[in-house]
Ligand binder design. Sequence first.
Ligand code: X2X
Length: 333
Amino acid sequence: LNRRAMLAGALAAPGALAACGKGPDAEIVWRLGTNLPITHPLSARMKEAAGRIYEQSGHRLFIEVYPSAQLGTDADMLAQVRAGAIQMLSISGLIMSILVPQTALSGIGFAFQDRTQLFNAMDGTLGTKIKDALAGHHLIATPKVFESGFRQITTSSRPINSPADLRGMKIRVPLGSLWTSMFRSFGAAPTSINFSEVYSALQTRVVEGQENPLAVVDTGKLYEVQRYCALTNHMWDGFWLLQNEKALNKLPGDLRDLVQIEFANAADLQRADLAVLAETLPQKMQAEGLTLNTPDRELFRQHLRNEGFYSHWRSELGEDSWRVLENYVGALA
Ligand code: X2X
């Protein structure tokens, strides 16, 4: 009866067929949550890796990917992965800083110049520092961080050319003091809203703008409810793929290795996807109706310096961590 009910459900909803086709025979089933839609390269590449792991493990391990915050908000999913209710969570390092402050290091405003500098740091000692801090909370990151990208500002009310244009702007930001402190430094009025509610918050003009990498603006169709896009590259954002430590330790050694290897491969593929999108998306966003501009980043950086933003975060994160960051990006304050 169960089988028949499942089949009927699968036939009623074509999308469910694939989900039902894989997994039921697996010895071990893990659940992985993310807030991004399946069309985003992060979710898509993680799902592919889950498929490879299922095949290569001889159907012993199936990791089911739940995109679009189906398992709850980031804060909900974080609680679930810590409790072991789910085994994996893909989450922005900057949101993660609500629990593990060191994860904010990769998102300090206007710190990184470009992707090369960034990935040197994240695949080097800065990344190690962050992974160690996560492990201290019994959350084990897969070997390579995934990319969300450099964040850009979109608005419906007016274009952003200089820091002064942000003054008084009602802007949606994710959960995390990195965002509120930076946008308050610009005199804006940041509001923390979960990603699943951003589209409607923009549509109903609860907020005038938001900030996200273009791949998120694209796959979230935020361009439908925004008019301008300032290519500020104001902070880099990446997704850690975290594993519940107890669940990981319970896996047989060969499966533990397989999971690390396949998600490291997925991160390489996903970063390459994002590199291509960084080239093509500005044009696509323009075609979708956004008016793009490229402000002078140095104006913003200078403003943050004058407001004491960098010295605040330096004392927040500690001299030792700050030195590791500055080893890669140069002096900030
Ligand atoms: O919530 C967002 O804006 C997102 C999707 O970029 C993050 O997860 C930080």
